[in-house]
Design a protein around this ligand. Structure first.
Ligand SMILES: [Zn+2]
Length: 537
């Protein structure tokens, strides 16, 4: 059904529109120039109109998410079935239906599951199919894959193998997590101290893995560049590793995940301090690099990561329960429920570093995430947005945090920036959509997807962003004043790059020798939706 949204202030930074009051017309799932007189009218006078939210990095589906649900049954928060909604469970790690409902109620229309083992693609796709109201994509883990180690060492077939793996899994992009380091930890409880350390048994180094896979992804022309969770997450002094990783990828496009967790100074066994300003300076000089923040929010979280080693570190810090899992020859996985406390030096510093990254950075380059649910739930985005938009609120919150930590950031004296509505639209919509290579998302020009969120323009920005007045997904009105109205079908975004299948013989022999699944049984059925084009600028 055609819709005409009248009188709203449109914030569409990708097209240079900053609060202009004009009509917006939707038809056939797209933004159109005009609609007829029979179109449904939505009166948006006094309201703010933005493209639907795009989350570039969250954890919402697959075996690790499911394991986290099972690990904390006490936090389930059951949701009853209604006429429109399926039953589910909430909490920090909601069930599939509830995940889709809650993102939609926040005005989000596209979400990326940031780390799926290729071997688990079938499970990931099944859960994503079950997740309503949002378009979704997933990134496949490739930084500790033993076949790829061999191809990297031998210098052949890597690009074709990556292309095959994307096709075989229905994946959208390539993720590196602690490249080389997870394998090292699985073998010997070892830790990567430098990018030139050798991964025992494979004769490759993290630097070679980062360089080779970064190059291959660049050459394949995937819509999203290599997505990097760098080595040494959480370790004091790790900003040096992060900068080294950025330099290793020099000249190629790359996205750095949850940069806050990789922005620390200090000695590895001492207290961390902030090196956020240096990382922001490096990004400013390298427009080919982007990042999301991975903001920590005080309160409960659930850490879940392919970086199995960091889960062991968190366990040693006194976790009540944890889970660690080896995905045979591909990757690892650890889960630890965790609470960030405002009075704790390290937690307050992490919170402060996240805010520094936002307040020093360019929103086109430094995007919003909490690495849900690692730094906190996606449900905390409205509060995070208020921290960025409302300096008085931020200063009040700063007083409640560990003062020794806050004094070691730039937050008290020099950072009085307040984000504008259009800047919020950049870091929650326009920038992530552009970085994901989703040409029809994150903006509102004619031809864009009709994913639109309309907010009351409230002084309390947390309240404003927590309860949109309307959410429209693919041209269908799905949310009105905090109530879900309907759940139309959504898309699973994937790519299908072409490849030379000369390496399939090697791959087949390798599967015969080492894998628990035959090569012929490995590929999943493609998601059904048309693939997102590869090789576009
Ligand atoms: Zn993550």
């Amino acid at each position: 059904m055609a819709i005409r949204i009248t009188g709203g202030a449109i914030h569409d930074p990708a097209n240079g529109t900053d609060g202009d009051v004009r009509d917006l017309c939707l038809d056939g799932g797209k933004v159109v120039a005009d609609v007829g007189p029979d179109a449904r009218r939505i009166d948006a006078r006094g309201m703010v109109v933005m493209p639907g939210g795009v989350d570039i990095h969250a954890h919402i589906a697959g075996p690790k998410v499911n394991a986290a649900r099972k690990l904390s049954p006490e936090a389930r928060e059951p949701q009853d079935r209604t006429e429109i909604l399926r039953a589910g469970s909430g909490g920090l790690v909601p069930s599939t239906f509830t995940t889709g409902y809650r993102y939609s109620l926040l005005g989000y229309t596209t979400v990326v599951e940031a780390a799926a083992p290729p071997l688990a693609a079938r499970h990931v796709l099944a859960e994503l199919r079950d997740t309503p109201l949002i378009d979704k994509a997933f990134l496949i883990l490739m930084g500790n894959n033993q076949v790829l180690f061999e191809l990297i060492r031998e210098g052949r077939g890597l690009r074709d193998a990556i292309a095959w793996w994307l096709e075989a899994t229905g994946g959208y992009g390539v993720k590196l997590v602690n490249p080389g380091g997870v394998e090292l930890w699985k073998q010997s409880n070892g830790r990567v101290s430098s990018l030139d350390e050798h991964v025992a048994g494979f004769d490759v180094t993290p630097r070679q893995v980062i360089d080779a896979i970064g190059t291959a992804v660049d050459e394949l022309g995937l819509p999203h560049p290599v997505h990097v969770h760098a080595n040494n997450l959480g370790v004091p002094g790790n900003a040096s590793t992060t900068l080294d990783t950025m330099r290793t990828l020099d000249g190629r496009q790359a996205h750095f995940a949850h940069l806050q967790f990789h922005a620390y100074g200090g000695k590895p066994d001492g207290l961390p301090r902030s090196r956020a300003p240096e990382l922001i300076d490096h990004l400013a000089a390298h427009p080919e690099l982007t990042a999301d923040v991975g903001q920590v929010m005080f309160g409960p979280a659930t850490t879940m990561t392919a970086d199995a080693q960091i889960s062991a570190v968190l366990r040693d810090l006194g976790a009540d329960k944890w889970l660690n899992h080896d995905t045979e020859v591909e990757t690892g996985c650890g889960i630890v429920p965790y609470t960030y406390r405002s009075r704790n030096y390290v937690h307050a510093l992490q919170w402060g570093i996240g805010l520094e990254l936002f307040l020093l950075g360019d929103p086109w380059q430094v995007m919003l995430s909490t690495d849900h649910p690692n730094g906190g739930s996606f449900l905390s985005y409205p509060k995070l947005i208020r921290l960025l938009m409302d300096r008085a609120f931020r200063e009040d919150q700063l007083k409640r945090a560990n003062q020794k930590a806050i004094r070691r950031t730039m937050l008290l004296d020099r950072l009085d920036r307040e984000y504008s509505l259009s800047e919020i639209a950049i870091l929650t919509r326009a920038a992530p959509a552009r970085r994901l290579g989703l040409a029809d998302k994150g903006h509102l020009a004619v031809g864009a997807d009709a994913d639109v969120t309309i907010y009351h323009d409230r002084a309390d920005r947390e309240e404003m962003f927590a309860t949109p007045r309307y959410v429209i997904k693919g041209g269908v009105l799905v949310v009105e004043e905090g109530q879900l109205r309907r759940a139309p079908p959504t898309r699973r975004l994937h790519v299908r790059p072409t490849y030379d299948d000369a390496m399939m013989r090697d791959l087949s022999a390798w599967f015969d020798r080492y894998a628990t699944i035959a090569l012929a049984n490995y590929p999943v059925a493609p998601p059904g939706d048309a693939p997102v084009p590869v090789g576009a600028a």
